[in-house]
Design a protein around this ligand. Structure first.
Ligand code: C2E
Ligand code: MG
Ligand code: MG
Length: 715
């Protein structure tokens, strides 16, 4: 980690650098001290030398003057002995190296010795010239001696002179000694200073190390820990232990703030996860969460010889609840269903079961095999477990549900797919589950189906059917059958219901309940529907032309919800009537309840427009939806067709009889015609007549037949 070195290394480098700088300064200082020391020594020597020399010179001058005075008389009288006494006295004085008394010509008269070996000789030493030449006291020096001379006079007459040489040896020795002492002293001071400096330097190094350690402990380590925690958090590991501190400083504040920040990130993450992975309405997992868990589980299970089952549950006809009772009721139903499903899953699903709502009315349950068992045994096990759960769900969810003080009967269709038997990937499993669920719907709803390969074929068949249906009308494969509709009171033929037939070139006749659904879902109904309308009008007009003597019959045409929703129905009806010349009052439009009540406002205005033109509107399959009779007040219709499921049981089931009777009475009170469908027995017809039903159709009265056969009824 680069941070690892960074901060601490920088601190250490800074400290080392400043120590180095200090060391350089110390070295320079030491050097400077040494030169200063030698300068001091040489300066001291010079000044000491000057001092000693001056003193000696004064002494010499004073001494020479005294000696010169003493020598005036002996010189004047040329008393060599007296001169000798004086000279010898001088020579006896300390530090006097020599004494020379010389005559006017510079020749030596006496040198203080007994026999004066140099007597009469001229002074030949280098200093002699200046001595002879000078008119007064004269001082000269060499390294070894200080030469002081003065002339000796009587009045203006110069008799000669005297020279005294003072030895510098002892002076120099004193000087050297003093300098040595001073040097020693200075050295001593210097050494002490150096030791102090070294001590200081050592202290600084120790201080630097201590500072670096303190920084490392107090700053670098906590920061590094924070950085590590931050990068852990960054990589999504929110459970990371965030360092804590009781320190009462900025770093402590930082660590605590970081801790709080970590906590709030964890909280936020949890909230976001909850929002992103939860279905807001039911509180169950949503599609996203389910998909993630499924992928995860599949990864764990793959190769482990373990299996799981996916159950896709879809509420039957849930859309009707929404359409008829409103979305609030729909939501309530979903919540209650979710609760029932959850309870069932808790009881039968095992610990690792997962329940999710996939949006809309679709719930998905994942059930996992508990132990690792032999494949076949286990397979049976998971299949049995899934069946048990599905059974429970089907029976639980078909119990009536109380919504807005109304009992609502719903059911559920469940598709089950097994891993790894059916598929090994999540996407394929979900697709299979969907297919199986769809097959459960096709099989009559309120049941469950295990996925099988054959189902793929069923789906394929459906896709192929859609392709085949395209252009079927143009190819003449689609035709209309007409079922006669009679007046109940006197069994008079009043009209016909047009029913679509498809003769498939390969598969023969296909049931309308199958292909109309396909046409509806694919949108093909939007082209087929208007064609049916037109063809039915054409036939109705032809019957009228062919049999002008008989009373005109009405033509009842089924219209799909999708046709109504497009909003073009009034225009299509108007143009069909205009083009064929069928009077508007002879055309009846049959709509299912769901189509009408899904969007009451929209439907009401469309129906009102249709009815204004004279066309009659009938509500088909009445009684199977939720609209109830109260809706009839709000939706303008001319008639209701009681669903054949009521008529079928009218003789056995008193409830159905009561309901049928109520529908008839209620409709009549609103001035609405009542048509009974599916009359298959004479008994049914008689009961309907007793109860005052207006019109009836059914196999007992007449099967749907082609236009030509129908014309036979008119003769
Ligand atoms: P529907 O409008 O309720 O039509 C009545 C259905 O009941 C017809 O089935 C008819 O053959 C059948 N039926 C008549 N009498 C009896 C009886 O005594 N017993 C029994 N069990 N059934 C009887 P079909 O022809 O199979 O049509 C089924 C549904 O397909 C129709 O129900 C209608 O909703 C729809 N459909 C048929 N033709 C068209 C069409 O041209 N356009 C649209 N949009 N839907 C159509
Ligand atoms: Mg119908
Ligand atoms: Mg019907």
């Amino acid at each position: 980690m680069k941070f690892h070195y960074g901060l601490h290394a920088k601190f250490v480098a800074a400290i080392a650098l400043s120590l180095l700088a200090m060391l350089v300064v110390v070295v320079l200082m030491l050097q400077r001290q040494r030169t200063m020391q030698s300068e001091v020594v040489s300066l001291s020597r010079d000044s000491m030398h000057a001092l000693v020399f001056d003193r000696l010179r004064e002494r010499g001058m004073a001494g020479v003057a005294q000696v010169a005075d003493a020598l005036v008389n002996p010189m004047y009288y040329f008393d060599l002995d007296a001169i000798g006494v004086v000279a010898r006295n001088v020579l006896g004085e300390p530090d006097v190296a020599y004494v020379i008394v010389y005559d006017e010509g510079g020749n030596i008269l006496h040198d203080g010795s007994g026999d004066i070996p140099t007597y009469g000789q001229a002074m030949g030493d280098p200093l002699a010239y200046e001595v002879v030449a000078s008119r007064g006291t004269h001082v000269q020096s060499t390294d070894a001696v200080l030469d002081v001379s003065t002339p000796i006079r009587v009045g203006d007459q110069r008799l000669g002179g005297v020279r005294i040489g003072y030895s510098l040896a002892s002076v120099t020795a004193d000087e050297t000694r003093a300098i040595a002492a001073m040097s020693a002293r200075l050295n001593q001071i210097g050494t002490r200073q150096t030791i102090w400096i070294y001590l200081l330097l050592a202290a600084l190094v120790v201080l630097g190390v201590v500072i670096s350690l303190v920084l490392q402990r107090a700053l670098v380590r906590p920061i590094r820990q924070l950085a590590e925690a931050a990068s852990e958090i960054e990589s999504g590991n929110f459970g990371t232990e965030v360092p804590d501190s009781a320190r009462n400083d900025e770093v402590g504040d930082l660590i605590r703030a970081f801790g709080r920040m970590g906590d709030s990130i964890v909280r936020h993450d949890r909230d976001i996860r909850r929002m992103a992975y939860t279905d807001a309405l039911t509180g169950l997992s949503n599609r996203l969460a389910f998909r993630e868990t499924l992928d995860h589980r599949l990864m764990q299970l793959r190769g482990a010889g373990r299996q799981l089952a996916l159950l896709f549950a879809d509420i039957d006809d849930f859309k009707r609840v929404n359409d008829t009772l409103g979305h609030d009721a729909g939501d309530e139903v979903l919540v209650q269903f979710a609760t029932r499903i959850r309870e069932a899953v808790e009881r039968f699903g095992g610990d690792s079961a997962l329940l999710a709502r996939f949006g809309g009315d679709e719930f998905v349950i994942l059930v996992q095999g508990d132990q690792l068992q032999t494949s076949s045994e286990h397979n049976g096990d998971i299949r049995a477990a899934a069946s048990r759960l599905a059974d429970t769900l089907v029976s639980e969810l078909s119990r009536p549900i109380l919504v807005q003080d109304r009992q609502v009967f719903l059911g559920t269709s469940i598709g089950i797919t097994l891993f790894p038997e059916d598929a090994s990937g999540a996407t394929m499993l979900m697709k299979n589950g969907d297919i199986a669920m769809y097959q459960a719907k096709v099989a009559g709803k309120n049941c469950y189906r295990f996925y099988s390969r054959a189902m793929d074929q069923a789906v394929e068949r459906r896709v192929r059917m859609e392709q085949d249906l395209r252009g079927a009308w143009e190819r003449g494969e689609l035709s209309l059958a007409y079922q006669p509709v009679y007046r109940v009171s006197d069994s008079k033929l009043m009209g016909a219901e047009a029913l679509l037939r498809w003769q498939h070139p390969e598969h023969g006749p296909i049931a309308p309940s199958v292909f109309i659904d396909v046409a509806e879902q694919s949108g093909l109904i939007e082209t087929i529907g208007p064609a049916v309308l037109r063809a039915a009008c054409v036939d109705a007009v032809r019957w009228k032309q062919d049999f002008p003597a008989s009373d005109p019959l009405f033509m009842s045409v089924n219209v799909s919800p999708r046709q109504l929703r497009s909003g073009e129905l009034p225009a299509q009806v108007a143009s069909a009537l205009e083009d064929t010349g069928l009077p508007a009052h002879q055309l009846h439009i049959e709509l299912t309840e769901t189509a009408v009540i899904g969007d009451e406002m929209h439907a009401s205005s469309l129906l009102a427009r249709l009815r204004e033109s004279g066309v009659k509107v009938w509500l088909d399959d009445f009684g199977t939806g939720f609209s109830g009779l109260s809706h009839l007040r709000r939706v303008p219709v001319d008639g209701v067709k009681i669903d054949r499921s009521f008529v079928a049981d009218i003789m056995r089931d008193p409830d159905d009889l009561a309901l049928t009777t109520a529908i008839i009475a209620m409709a009549h009170s609103l001035g609405i015609t009542v048509v009974a469908e599916g009359v298959e027995k004479e008994g049914q017809f008689n009961i309907l007549r007793e109860r005052g039903c207006d019109l009836a159709q059914g196999y007992w009265l007449g099967y749907p037949m082609n236009a030509h056969d129908f014309a036979g009824l008119l003769v």
